[in-house]
Design a protein around this ligand. Structure first.
Ligand code: ADP
Ligand code: MG
Length: 328
């Protein structure tokens, strides 16, 4: 691949977990209800994602690896109403610039599957393949041709834990999807896919903590659609962690990182004089997409709200009410 392609790829693909993120989002966008992830050597040797989503027609396989080709956003106005997780059409192309990628897919109800692979920016011919319904994407030897990037990669275990954490977040956001994650052939994480956030909490935090979680109820949709609906779970003061990294936020089911949102949850505890410990929480924020900007950065874990203070206040109130209703 040319230098420009590799630089662009660096924006999206920082480490194995970034590849996993893009592939998982594609599987979710494709309506998958089952997603399997296989990692070898922390994802550096192999990342394989198998889903039972809508699949890719044979004639569209080469497009999937082409930069700025997306089947999801037709024009710029659509950006205001993004419903899918992906919209830039550059993830797969970027991954293919820094790894060997093979794609195998069969759309639902289509008799014959097909496959294609890409190595060093060269895309192969599409050939027939015995594929189950859905899509399997295999990414091999990530960064092996980008020594500068490889230098920044931490130990295998660090990369596994980044992937693991990320997959937990997507599982929390999508309790109706059955996730199965393997590292070196050993299962490291799985969710039942029963649609219950409580079930995913058990898998992520263990039964003991899950039993200490209180439901955060959704308020009614107010007249003003810029006001968010907050749902989720937050921990009783008897359950806590040693750092803030166990508060997860999903905005219209997109995982986001935000100090502002974190401090809203913490503010609820502080307002009840529960200080000094870090709560565990999963907060879903449902909000009119037109008051959001998800287009901040290619990696997209940042988000901007038009009316930040309202979101802050809504979270603080919802968490506080949950704590007040079930004090111990
Ligand atoms: P984006 O998600 O922004 O559209 P990507 O580079 O991630 O761009 O993917 C390119 C295209 O490949 C998608 O628009 C979609 O049409 C197709 N695609 C990728 N992964 C899958 C998948 N798992 N199932 C179905 N289609 C997929
Ligand atoms: Mg995508």
């Amino acid at each position: 691949p040319d230098v420009a392609a590799k630089i662009a790829a660096g924006e999206v693909v920082e480490r194995p977990a970034s590849v996993v993120k893009e592939l998982i989002e594609n599987s979710i966008d494709a309506g998958a209800t089952q997603i399997r992830v296989d990692l070898t050597h922390g994802g550096l040797q192999l990342i394989r994602i198998t889903d039972n989503g809508s699949g890719i027609p044979a004639e569209e396989l080469p497009l999937a690896l082409t930069r700025h080709a997306t089947s999801k956003v037709a024009n710029i106005d659509d950006l205001e109403h993004i419903r899918s997780l992906g919209f830039r059409g550059e993830a797969l192309a970027s991954i293919a610039a820094v790894a060997e990628v093979s794609l195998m897919s069969r759309p639902r109800g289509v008799e014959q599957g097909s496959q294609l692979s890409a190595q060093n920016g060269q895309i192969s011919e599409v050939t027939a393949a015995a594929s189950p319904e859905g899509t399997t994407i295999t990414v091999r030897n990530l960064f092996s041709a980008v020594p500068a990037r490889l230098k920044f990669i931490k130990s295998r275990n660090t990369e596994i834990s980044h992937c693991h954490h990320l997959l937990e977040q997507y599982a929390l956001a999508y309790p109706e999807i059955r996730f199965n994650v393997f590292s070196e052939g050993r299962q490291i994480f799985a969710t039942p896919g029963d649609g219950q956030l409580a079930s995913v909490l058990v898998e992520v935090y263990g039964l003991q903590i899950a039993e200490q979680m209180i439901k955060v109820q959704g308020n009614e949709q107010p007249e003003d659609t810029a006001y968010p609906i907050i749902t989720g779970y937050t921990s009783r003061p008897t359950a806590y962690k040693s750092n803030r990294q166990h508060i997860s936020f999903f905005v219209n089911r997109r995982w986001v990182l935000s100090r502002m949102l974190t401090s809203a949850v913490e503010g609820a505890y502080h307002s009840l004089l529960l200080t000094g410990r870090h709560p565990i929480a999963v907060i879903n924020i449902q909000i009119d997409p037109s008051v959001l900007d998800v287009n901040v950065h290619p990696a997209k874990t940042e988000i901007r709200f038009l009316k930040e203070r309202r979101v802050y206040a809504a979270i603080l109130r919802a968490v506080r009410e949950a704590l007040l209703e079930e004090p111990e």
